[in-house]
Design a protein around this ligand. Structure first.
Ligand code: PHE
Length: 442
């Protein structure tokens, strides 16, 4: 459970949620995001865990096992392979964003932002992006950290540490919200997140909200299948998934509240995109009069811990598949995957500077080349497609009696609602998203 919460809380909540919300008008985004999360991502989260509990293995072996039991086509395990490719693509940009956190930990620890005017602090992010050597260095450090942990198998220890890290993180986040309400413009942030404009809801907003819900809850690449396989049978899937969902959403909302309080107080742009948290957080800390170095270093370190656990969840299935499929040691598999992931991430590093190019997507200019391409392909195409396949498999192919007994929900109506969302609602929404992205992205 804790591992699932650890993997779901990550850059999706900390980095992507605030900037997507800022780009799409605050409350207007929330208005679409919340139903997408509740009615599509959440039921599919349960579906993935259910597949894990039934198949008792990684996505490829587990789904193969279920397909045999249910006399289904032997093509279904393709979902597992598909998930591995998606994980790799996500990691290629995830690791680069996470490595920016390392840069900010260093800067915070050295006290580089203490007492510096907000406009100057804000520009440190742009300067980092222009410096490919600096980015390469931090990216390499981040990938090394992930690989070393994965080869040593100290992951379980780290997940135990989450028991302490997560409550600390939430406490610090609440404290920062209180702080932001003093130095920042809390009222305007609340107003921004609570007001909406129905006329502003367009195809791009719906696609982004759906993609964000899947990304934040780690749905659509088979990552949750592993958790289902390890979860004890007496533990209810619905209640575990509900906890993860609540945690994930509260985290994202607190983060957004804090960020926007700072944004409005210092006259920054809410819609500045992927750099939003890296431009605002250092500003917030630079305004602190006491212990700024301690708080900022601590906070960025907690952000790093949260993104590390998600990074493990992204690479672990690939390493497991390689170890089993090619009969090589875990160590070798981890280094091989790490080397490829490093190379993939390097392309992203250069997409902010030397290899920068721009293109149009839903009428908006995207100027970070490969980074934007990866972000769109992985989260707007691969994850919805994976989620669709999971919905079809769990909703239509696994026998009704089996899903009912695996989910063991006490309230019949709740089970029916899950079934309706998985069989009908989710496939319709996900197909609509895919049609918009693939055929009308101009
Ligand atoms: N949910 C993670 C986050 O919010 C990202 C992730 C996606 C992790 C898919 C694992 C699998 O950062």
């Amino acid at each position: 459970m804790l591992a699932a919460a650890g993997s779901s809380i990550g850059l999706g909540n900390i980095w992507k949620f605030p900037y997507e919300t800022g780009l799409h008008g605050g409350g207007t985004f929330l208005l679409v995001y919340i139903p997408c999360a509740l009615l599509v991502a959440f039921p599919l989260m349960m579906a993935e865990v259910l597949i894990g509990r039934y198949g008792r293995g990684n996505p490829i072996h587990g789904i193969r096992h279920i397909a045999k039991q249910e006399h289904l086509s032997s093509l279904w395990p393709v979902i597992g392979w598909f998930g591995l490719i998606s994980s790799f693509l996500i990691f290629s940009f995830y690791s680069v964003v996470a490595s920016w956190i390392l840069f900010y930990i260093m800067q915070s620890a050295m006290g580089s932002f203490v007492g510096v005017p907000a406009e100057i602090v804000q520009h440190s992010y742009g300067a980092l992006l222009r410096n490919s050597d600096q980015m390469m260095l931090w990216h390499t450090v981040f990938v090394l950290m992930v690989v070393v942990v994965l080869t040593r198998g100290v992951r379980s220890g780290l997940e135990r540490a989450l028991r302490i890290i997560m409550p600390c993180f939430i406490a610090l986040l609440i404290w920062l919200c209180v702080y932001a309400s003093q130095v920042g413009d809390f009222d305007q942030a609340l107003h921004f997140l609570a007001s909406y404009d129905l006329a502003a809801i367009d195809a791009e907003l719906v696609v982004s909200a759906m993609a964000q819900a899947l990304f934040s809850l780690s749905v659509g690449i088979g990552a949750l299948v592993m958790f289902g396989a390890y979860m004890r049978d007496e533990r209810s899937i619905a209640s575990a998934a509900s906890w993860v969902m609540v945690f994930d959403t509260v985290f994202a909302l607190l983060m957004a509240l804090m960020i926007f309080s700072i944004v409005f107080a210092f006259g920054m742009d809410a819609d500045s995109g992927a750099g939003l948290i890296f431009e605002t957080l250092p500003v917030a800390f630079s305004q602190m009069t006491e212990y700024s170095v301690v708080w900022s270093t601590l906070f960025f370190t907690l952000l790093l811990a949260a993104s590390l656990t998600s990074a493990f969840a992204l690479l672990e299935p690939i390493i497991a598949a390689l170890t089993q499929g090619m009969n090589i040691s875990r160590r070798l598999a981890a280094w091989l995957v790490g080397a490829c992931a490093w190379a993939g991430g390097m392309v992203t590093v250069y997409s902010f500077n030397d290899l920068k190019f721009s293109f149009y997507y839903f009428g908006e200019q995207q100027s970070n080349g490969v980074f934007d391409v990866l972000n769109i392909v992985a989260t707007h195409v691969m994850m919805p497609l994976g989620a669709l396949l999971i919905a079809l498999f769990a909703g239509w192919r696994i026998h009704h009696g089996e899903t009912k007994s695996l989910l063991a929900m006490r309230v019949e109506v709740a089970y029916r609602l899950w079934r309706f969302c998985t069989r009908i609602l989710a496939p319709i929404v996900l197909c609509a998203v895919l049609v918009m992205v693939l055929f009308f992205p101009a």
